[in-house]
Write a protein that binds this ligand. Structure first.
Ligand code: GLP
Length: 260
């Protein structure tokens, strides 16, 4: 796992570079998309590169990490709509090339199994963008999630509903109680995991992710098993880490050819 500690605007640049290199090498790459506030600066930078530098998403495929259960098709917080609004509508990325778990499916297990098959049929995810919840979730894999889990329905933790109430006019009652999420096993099959976290409120989750034991109690720790995982954090999110100086020195003295 590589830990990169930089100011937030530089983190977005680093992540955008990874995505750009991948897309220029293979225009039909498969991108794993995260919602939440953490990836927004990355999306804005990629939109800028599309507009000003011709970076194309036309041949790419996209798979969202997760989705709320029960939000109406036009609900602005439905993650499929959030990604369109914040990112893909500003690109040359055809909507039909981006998929999300179906939060309105009648047959929930069937829809989740189909989502897994669709990811596999697309060739698997090349780069999976991730944020992290204050309780250590990735996607919506709340504490206790099996480290081998696949796409399925989950109950949202009280902390997550509280954290996300800001997207629902601050009204906890409007926040759904269930979600569909790629499992930790599903996420682990992406070829490169790229997690971004900023701010002091993420420091404890980041400490467990980077330096804690692997445990379903802190689901993001499954990333310690991954062969290519990058953790992009600012000073505030890094504030509880023990080996900060080591991570900084390592990044500063990387061979130029290596990339992230
Ligand atoms: C949300 C999403 C996650 C996201 C996380 C952190 O609930 N399901 O994919 O990474 O919580 O969100 P934020 O980036 O807004 O802090």
């Amino acid at each position: 796992m590589e830990v990169v500690i930089l100011p937030p605007e530089d983190l977005a640049m680093e992540a955008a570079n990874v995505v750009e290199i991948q897309l220029r090498r293979n225009p039909s790459s498969v991108l794993g998309l995260a919602t939440g506030s953490s990836p927004l600066a990355i999306y804005q930078e990629l939109v800028r590169r599309h507009r000003e530098e011709g970076l194309s998403f036309a041949q790419a495929r996209g798979f969202l990490l997760d989705e709320y259960v029960g939000l109406a098709p036009e609900h602005p917080q439905r993650y499929r709509n959030v990604i369109a609004e914040e990112f893909s509508d500003h690109l040359d990325w055809p909507a039909e090339r981006i998929q999300a778990p179906d939060g309105l499916a009648q047959d929930v297990p069937g829809a989740c199994a189909q989502y897994e098959r669709d990811i596999k049929a697309a060739g698997g995810v090349d780069i999976q963008l991730l944020g992290i919840g204050t309780d250590g979730h990735i996607g919506f894999n709340e504490p206790g999630s099996s480290l081998a889990s696949r796409t399925r329905i989950k109950s949202l933790a009280a902390q997550t509903r509280k954290d996300n109430a800001r997207f629902f006019d601050g009204d906890l009652e409007q926040v759904p109680r269930h979600c569909l999420t790629q499992g930790l096993g599903t996420i682990s099959q992406a070829r490169h995991l790229l997690l971004v976290a900023t701010g002091e409120q993420k420091a404890t989750a980041v400490r467990h992710l980077v330096e804690g034991p692997v445990s379903a109690r802190w689901p993001a720790t499954v990333m310690q098993w991954h062969r290519h995982a990058t953790v992009l954090i600012d000073e505030a999110a890094a504030s509880e880490l023990e080996l900060t100086e080591y991570y900084k020195q390592t990044y500063a003295s990387k061979p130029a050819w290596q990339g992230l």
